[in-house]
Design a binder for this molecule. Structure first.
Ligand code: LRH
Ligand code: MN
Length: 386
């Protein structure tokens, strides 16, 4: 059994977000940290450190225009030189004054055309970087009842999604992200998985849903959504993070490791670890007060630990207990796996892969943090530019 589990864990790929390496915060304060990257090239170099120490983070998601460059092919070359590749391209139609009343759902057709133009430009970036995935998140929504027509906004959204879908090339897809609220506080135009799923179903197989673990109402059974979308063949991926209250974007598994385990159990159960299902395991986090590269390394390890525990579930015993209506027996099978300490297994796996069994300690010993703090003086540190 361990051999298969190790093979599956060795094949696991977790994509880190370029914006996690830049400064981030809340409306109250964005705390600057020493050594933070000043451009996408430095972000990729930092992301490469996460891959170097975990062996499981070979791709980096970009966010446009935060990661806009003159020569995307050169940026892709730089990534390769550092042993990583460019992953999902994230659009940004949430930071322009024109989008105050919405982007693709805006009542003003000029603004809608502008927003669609940006989305299509992001597909051009995919062509230039060799990325096959476009991630679409819309902050579009309303703050007050009556502010705009909910149905008309869905028509406008559908029109824009169709245009993007038509533009996708062979092997390309888009992942539609939903979010319950924020920045809109009365209605969000893509608020939940059902709305995202319905729009994707209407379009076709290149349109899939991304589950951001911080985007649900408190108490939402996220693993049910995962099981449903996997069964429907429309789970495009995850934006992993964790939260105690809202879209806190904390390290995945930090706030609720049991929830992450339950999610990974449904991923394993639904065949989502098989690369052929195309499920993208991406992190979407902000390290507002903690060091960013170690924060990403810890996050990758948290996903690996949850995955290893999920792979340890005795599927045959679970099915037998479930079929027998043995409620406590079935629950015990799952809890036995969850309560298993998988850290020795993962440490062994890292050693067998020529990696240090303790990536956090190895990174700390590398002196990389001191090196970038010394080198990266002057210039403008990267952030959300909000
Ligand atoms: C929106 C979101 C989206 C990204 C942004 C960085 O809350 O989750 O995935 O574009 O964070
Ligand atoms: Mn997200």
């Amino acid at each position: 059994m361990t051999t298969d589990i190790k093979a599956t864990l060795r094949a696991q790929r977790i994509e880190t977000p370029s914006w996690a390496y830049g400064n981030s915060g809340t409306r109250f304060k964005v705390f600057a940290q020493k050594g933070v990257p000043r451009d996408p090239y430095e972000k990729l170099a930092d992301a490469a450190q996460v891959h170097a120490h975990t062996g499981a983070a070979p791709t980096v998601a970009l966010h446009i225009p935060w990661d806009a460059v003159d020569d995307y092919a050169d940026l892709a070359r730089h990534a390769r030189e550092h042993g990583v590749a460019i992953g999902a391209i994230n659009s940004n139609v949430f930071q322009d004054d024109d989008y105050m009343l919405g982007s693709v759902t805006n009542p003003d057709p000029r603004v809608r055309r502008k927003a669609l133009g940006h989305l299509l430009e992001c597909v051009d970036v995919m062509d230039a970087t060799g990325s096959d995935t476009l991630k679409l998140w819309f902050s579009d929504g309303l703050n007050y009842p009556g502010q705009d027509d909910l149905r008309a906004r869905q028509d406008r959204l559908a029109e824009a999604l169709s245009a993007v879908y038509e533009r996708l090339g062979d092997g390309q897809r888009f992942l539609l992200e939903y979010k319950l609220f924020e920045p809109a506080f009365y209605a969000t135009d893509v608020p939940d998985w059902g709305t995202a799923y319905a729009h994707c179903l209407r379009l076709g197989p290149k349109a899939q849903v991304v589950v951001d673990t911080g985007h649900h109402a408190p108490g939402t059974n996220i693993e049910f959504i995962v099981a449903f979308l996997l069964r429907a063949g429309r789970l495009g991926g995850f934006d992993f993070n964790s939260r105690f209250y809202a879209d806190d974007d904390l390290m995945v598994g930090a706030a609720d490791p049991f929830q992450l385990f339950r999610i990974m159990h449904e991923v394993v159960r639904g065949g989502g670890l098989d690369p052929r299902t195309g499920v993208a395991f991406m992190l979407d986090q902000c390290h507002n007060i903690e060091p960013k590269i170690p924060g990403q390394i810890r996050s990758v390890m948290n996903v690996q630990e949850a995955t290893a525990k999920a792979l340890l579930v005795d599927a045959a015993a679970l099915r037998a207990a479930q079929d027998a209506g043995d409620v406590l027996g079935a629950n015990a099978v799952l809890m036995d796996a969850y309560n298993t300490d998988v850290r020795p297994l993962l440490a062994e796996l890292r050693e067998e892969s020529g990696l240090d069994p303790d990536p956090m300690a190895a990174y700390a010993r590398s002196g990389y943090s001191d090196k970038i703090a010394a080198e990266r003086v002057g210039g403008t540190q990267a952030g959300w530019g909000a």
